[in-house]
Design a protein around this ligand. Structure first.
Ligand code: NAG
Ligand code: NAG
Length: 527
């Protein structure tokens, strides 16, 4: 049976290559059609903003106002906002300012120890659960549904003093690499409105890329943080499996293994903010990451890979030249700094897609897009055909994935067991190879942002992201500038479980060496 799905993959892969090539030939780059950043306050990292708030050089109210203005000026073009709470946010900012203003120098220490991110605004993916705001997640059966409680992660960020501004766009049930739903329309890429912002944290990707949020809360089960980060030119961290709570995050799934695969996590323009955010988000579990025992940079060993070869190359998209170049430049940079490096054979991950699919199709209790306990195959195929012509109320990818997941027509039980064993062996090998000082550089996705309505074909690029959700390894997407079309590129940095600090350290080094986020338009700062 595996031959059926392999043939299917090979055909999908070839079609995807043809379509992406045609799109790149025929779809000219369109410049962003929103204004450049004019307010220098929007260019400061969370770390810098906390210092300025503490030193009373800026107020939270002014900061929230600046971001509201920016969100309004970019959202008209990007369509990244599902629902805002700007008025409440301004009130909460005034409250934070009150606490800061009346504190003596001594009291300020206690205040910022209690609320490490006091007065910092942020944005939340709709599915991540923000009380009182939309919780529709692109699905018609959830129309007008509001979230009745903050998720645990939102609650943690709020308890640290953060102020949520809005919930941002995501695909139907978060099941697509393109954020484009019947309920909300297209969420566009901040570098080119003809391209997707990625998915499923597409709204967060777009807002971060356009400099319209200090940081975003996203979630990732098959690249949903890393892909929008890549397409929108910013950083995103998928933490070690099970580290960050998904309580209150849609979908609610009872299967305990689900909380190992799906993770919440930060998306940000500034790599140096990632450790600050992770400290708040991990709560008491931060101890497991041993931030207090840093590994000296020179002791970190780098493994790297950029493309498949041989038969495996037929089943995967070729990695874009510019992405391969970015990996090579990063490796060279660390070699110059005296770090040990070694090439890794990507063909070891030839079955990543099968390993991932096997794991997902074994999950129990995933809610149905079509709102039926176990949808009939005829219903799914009917919706799939309708969706090809834009006539279904559902998103094509959401129906397609539900079909793949529920039918499992492509593996026999023996084959499925084989992929489970292969996944476990791969994890063991990676854990041993990476140890407490190793990181692996590899593509996040083979291409820069693709065109709208091509996400189903581009699902063939899922494997190198999904693999690390299934194996539970941490992975940070590092942005590495723009390709020859002016679209962001980068790659992921993976480490052994609970070695997230290595990913974050390397991301910050690369940000220092290569500049990190490149604004979509040159700033026009007014002093
Ligand atoms: C965001 O933009 C879209 C499209 O222009 C619009 O429908 C929506 O109301 C906007 N939301 C906010 C909060 O500005
Ligand atoms: C809402 O969330 C808080 C904090 O996570 C929790 O203590 C409370 O029990 C929740 N309430 C409901 C109704 O679920």
């Amino acid at each position: 049976m595996i031959h059926v799905i392999r043939t299917f993959f090979a055909i999908g892969n070839a079609l995807c290559f043809i379509v992406n090539t045609l799109v790149n030939l025929l779809l000219p780059r369109q410049k962003p059609n929103y204004p450049a950043i004019q307010d220098a306050l929007l260019l400061k990292s969370v770390g810098e903003l906390v210092v300025e708030l503490r030193q009373k050089k800026v107020t939270s109210h002014k900061l929230v106002q600046a971001y509201i203005k920016r969100i309004q000026e970019v959202n008209a073009s990007l369509n990244a906002v599902v629902e805002d709470r700007f008025e409440q946010a301004l009130k909460e900012a005034q409250h934070a300012d009150g606490l800061i203003a009346k504190a003596s120098n001594e009291q300020l220490v206690a205040l910022f120890a209690r609320y490490p991110l006091l007065g910092i605004p942020f944005t939340v993916k709709e599915s991540a659960g923000l009380k009182g705001l939309s919780f529709v997640v692109g699905n018609i059966y959830r129309k007008d549904l509001k979230c009745d409680n903050d998720s645990e992660m939102v609650e943690r960020l709020r308890s640290a003093g953060c102020i949520p501004l809005l919930v941002s766009a995501n695909p139907e049930f978060c099941m697509s690499y393109e954020t484009n739903t019947k309920m909300n329309g297209k969420c566009r890429n901040p570098y080119d409105p003809n391209r997707v912002s990625g998915g499923s944290s597409g709204g967060e990707g777009a807002l971060n890329g356009a400099g319209a949020t200090p940081f975003g809360l996203g979630s990732d089960i098959g690249g949903s943080i890393r892909l929008p980060a890549m397409f929108c030119g910013v950083f995103g961290h998928k933490a070690t499996g099970g580290l960050l709570s998904i309580k209150g995050n849609f979908p609610f799934v009872d299967d305990p293994i689900f909380s190992q695969y799906l993770t919440t996590g930060p998306i940000t323009r500034f790599a140096k903010d990632l450790p600050i955010l992770l400290q708040v988000m991990a709560g008491e579990d931060i101890e497991k990451l041993k931030f207090h025992e840093p590994v000296p940079l020179k002791d970190i060993k780098i493994y790297y890979a950029s493309s498949f070869s041989g038969c495996a190359a037929l089943m995967h998209q070729p990695t874009d030249f510019d992405i391969k170049l970015a990996i090579t430049r990063a490796v060279k940079c660390f070699q110059k700094g005296g770090l040990k490096t070694e090439e890794f054979n990507l063909d070891k991950f030839a079955h990543a897609r099968e390993i991932g699919l096997r794991a997902l199709s074994d999950l129990h209790g995933i809610p149905s897009v079509t709102n039926q306990g176990k949808p009939k195959i005829s219903k799914l195929i009917g919706e799939l055909v309708l969706s090809l012509f834009g006539l279904s109320v559902h998103n094509r990818d959401a129906v397609f994935m539900e079909w793949m997941r529920t039918e499992r027509i492509y593996f026999s039980n023996e084959e499925a067991e084989g992929f489970r064993v292969e996944g476990e062996a791969l994890k063991k090998e990676l854990v041993k190879m990476l140890g407490e000082n190793g990181v692996l550089f590899l593509p996040t996705f083979p291409t820069s942002a693709f065109a709208f309505n091509t996400a189903t074909l581009n699902l063939v690029g899922v494997d190198l992201m999904l693999l690390f959700n299934i194996l539970g390894l941490p992975a940070t997407h590092v942005t590495m500038g723009l390709d020859h079309r002016g679209l962001p590129i980068g790659f992921q940095v993976v480490a052994a479980p609970y070695q997230d600090k290595l990913c974050l350290q390397i991301a910050a080094e690369l940000e220092g060496a290569f500049g990190g986020w490149v604004p979509p338009l040159p700033h026009e700062i007014k002093s």
